[in-house]
Design a protein around this ligand. Structure first.
Ligand code: UTP
Length: 288
């Protein structure tokens, strides 16, 4: 199964993160020293993906620009002998082949994915990674799904166990565990009420899908919140061709949630040896 493209939807309004996101895309907010979306692209690249399809809108050009050369900046860094920083800046421009597609109206995550139909073609599977969902572990999250998709030759979605009182924030699956951490999906429900959730296995922003999803997305009506929900399209695909869920091993932060976003900043800054001691000391002064 060939998987060399990832769709990264970044065309939402980011209303939970206002006013920070009034003029800056949520996906460009920094987590320590890189924008959120760079971590997502790096996860894809580490998993062997080379082409990134951003689903974007008129206010999000800065995301494509981040993955392009900035010749004036590079010339300045070169002139000033700042070679280490020059290397880092160039590395971002060279990390992926970028394709950009406009979602002209933010009609939901399912609609955003459907916008990539023409670039995905009819043959190969592809990854979908939500542009504000950060994941870290020994093996990149999307790679864990790609490994199972390749061996089982089925669409695969990433799940993680969440506390009962958080199930209403997610799409939730029910399924049977066929081997440790792998589930055959029976049903998917978008943002169920707490007592109606079929499990605590929440869909997180990682998927490996086949082009059949595009027909499924065309068939569905707006669902929860009046949006074309990817989860509803996945339910149709699961019924049609079967679908697996993989419990992703790793740590996850939803950058659209302030507490998680801020924790992600501290988590990453603490990995920097030069910053670690100083940061811990400063934080201690605020923790009682
Ligand atoms: P979210 O629901 O987290 O993003 O979608 P949002 O709608 O921007 O955020 P809030 O709830 O208003 O704060 C997950 C990802 O899907 C993209 C978003 O940009 C985000 O990266 N998305 C969402 C789209 O590309 N198009 C849409 O129509 C909706």
């Amino acid at each position: 199964m060939k998987i060399d493209k990832v769709i990264i939807p970044v065309a939402g309004w980011g209303t939970r993160s206002l006013p920070a996101t009034k003029n800056i895309p949520k996906e460009m907010l920094p987590v320590y020293n890189k924008p959120v979306v760079q971590y997502v692209v790096e996860e894809a690249i580490q998993s062997g993906i080379r082409s990134v399809v951003f689903i974007t809108n008129r206010d999000k050009n800065v995301i494509e620009d981040h993955f392009d050369y900035n010749l004036q900046l590079e010339a300045t860094l070169e002139r000033n002998g700042k070679n280490e920083m020059l290397g880092k800046v160039r590395e971002v421009a060279e990390m992926a082949h970028i394709i950009s597609i406009r979602q002209k109206r933010a009609l939901g995550l399912g609609h955003a994915v459907a916008c990539a139909k023409d670039v995905c073609g009819n043959d190969d599977a592809f990854a979908v990674m939500v542009g504000d969902d950060l994941m870290f572990g020994m093996t990149p999250g999307i790679q864990q799904l790609m490994d199972v998709a390749r061996s089982e030759r089925k669409p695969v979605i990433g799940v993680m166990e969440v506390p009962q009182d958080e199930v209403s924030r997610y799409g939730i699956i029910s399924g049977e565990e066929t081997s440790p951490g792998i589930y055959k999906i029976n049903r998917l429900v978008e943002k169920p009420r707490i007592h109606e959730a079929p499990s605590r296995l929440a869909i997180v922003g990682r998927y490996v899908l086949t082009p059949d999803i595009f027909d499924c997305l065309e068939k569905i009506q707006p669902g929860h919140g009046g949006e074309i929900q990817l989860t509803d399209g996945l339910q149709v695909l699961a019924e049609k061709s079967g679908m697996l869920a993989v419990k992703i091993r790793g740590t996850r932060f939803d950058a659209g949630n302030w507490a998680e976003y801020l924790t992600a900043n501290i988590y990453f800054a603490l990995q920097d040896e030069e910053l670690h001691t100083d940061l811990v000391q400063r934080l201690k002064a605020y923790l009682h």
